[in-house]
Design a protein around this ligand. Structure first.
Ligand code: TXA
Ligand code: MG
Length: 320
């Protein structure tokens, strides 16, 4: 029988079925992927990233019909969100079926599920499913605490010996929006490119937000105050503040919407004024500026408004 999948996809699916890890392109960021039901694969993901084993992984599915393999119940809000946004950049936290994907879920009573829209991710998930892989656990393919990868080259930098499926530059550029549907009222745990207003509209109830003092259980890396950090020191400030502080530093890069007068040697890159374009560029810029060896990166404070929540969140953590 002739396979519907390319050789790369078929071989990557076979690697997953053997319990190996691969680099997986998705529309948000690249993932470090392994069979979600294979405890050894999950352990290998935690150890490769240097991530504590109780920080749960997101399980990726080819389509919504596979949700009940992992989830014990699917609340109405989750149904509505899946219908509206899957496949796409949305992760749902649901009550976990007992004994299923314990290692990937870090032993927590809930499981994070997401159906990515990237065509290569879709092909891989379908090919792997035919080989008996029912879900693919994948955190972002970066070392713990570092900048997430949005190209295959970023993944190869972090994991030189990993088999990486190249799906081009990620179109979204920041991680999926995470909504916890395991409680009575759905809660926005991680902002992404879907706005609070859109999500609330689809659920027909206003989503709640974690209180500032409240670390959502389970404590998870994307929720740590400091995350996504480049090697350079990152600061977020207004253009006025930049102008007043400028001359003091040598290897400095600015990422601003407006161009400002700078001393020679200061790198100035244009920050898109559209939130989606800015999310798309964000991690790629941080990787690029780190590769240039700048000491500091000054980023202009993003505009207000919900479309910017995801970008603002990543910048806050990267500068923490
Ligand atoms: O866009 C994405 O979501 C990317 C791509 C590869 O799909 N993946 C990703 O995974 O960002 P990672 O491991 O870097 O972030 C996963 C986040 C954790 O930080 C945590 O906040 C949340 O998922 N998470 C996973 N399981 C959870 C659970 N049971 N309860 C609450 N949060 C959970
Ligand atoms: Mg991550």
């Amino acid at each position: 029988m002739v396979s519907a999948f390319s050789d790369e996809v078929t071989q990557a699916a076979q690697a997953l079925a053997r319990g190996e890890l691969i680099g997986l392109p998705t529309e948000t960021v690249y993932g470090l992927a392994g069979d979600a039901l294979n405890p050894k694969a999950a352990a290998a993901i935690f150890s490769a990233k240097g991530r504590p084993a109780d920080h749960p992984l997101i399980v990726h599915l080819g389509d919504a019909s596979q949700v009940t393999v992992f989830a014990r119940a699917v609340p109405v809000a989750a149904e509505k969100l899946m219908t509206a946004f899957w496949p796409g950049p949305l992760t749902l936290i649901l009550p976990r079926r007992e004994g299923v994907a314990d290692a990937a879920a870090g032993g927590h009573a809930t499981v994070a599920l997401r159906c990515p829209s990237h065509p290569v991710a879709q092909q891989l998930l379908q090919a792997a499913h035919r080989l008996g892989v029912q879900g693919v656990a994948a955190p972002s393919a970066n070392l713990y605490g570092r900048v997430s990868p949005t190209t295959a080259a970023h993944v190869r930098q972090a994991f030189p010996s990993l088999r990486v499926l190249d799906g081009g530059a990620c179109t979204v550029g920041i991680e999926s929006t995470i909504v916890d549907c395991s409680q009575d009222i759905p809660m926005l745990l991680r902002p992404g490119m879907l706005t609070l207003a859109e999500l609330s509209h689809v659920c027909s109830v206003p989503l709640s937000l974690p209180r500032a003092s409240h670390t959502p259980a389970p404590a998870a890396p994307g929720n740590k105050a400091s995350h996504y950090a480049p090697r350079a020191k990152l600061r977020v400030m207004s253009v006025q503040e930049m102008v007043s502080r400028l001359p003091s530093l040598l290897k400095l890069a600015l990422w601003t919407r407006q161009t400002i007068e700078t001393p020679e040697g200061v790198i100035q890159l244009t920050m898109p004024s559209d939130a989606a374009a800015c999310a798309h560029d964000l991690f790629a810029r941080l990787h690029e500026l780190d590769a240039w060896g700048v000491q500091e990166i000054w980023v202009e404070t993003p505009p207000m408004g919900q479309q910017w929540d995801g970008v603002r969140d990543r910048l806050q953590r990267a500068s923490a």
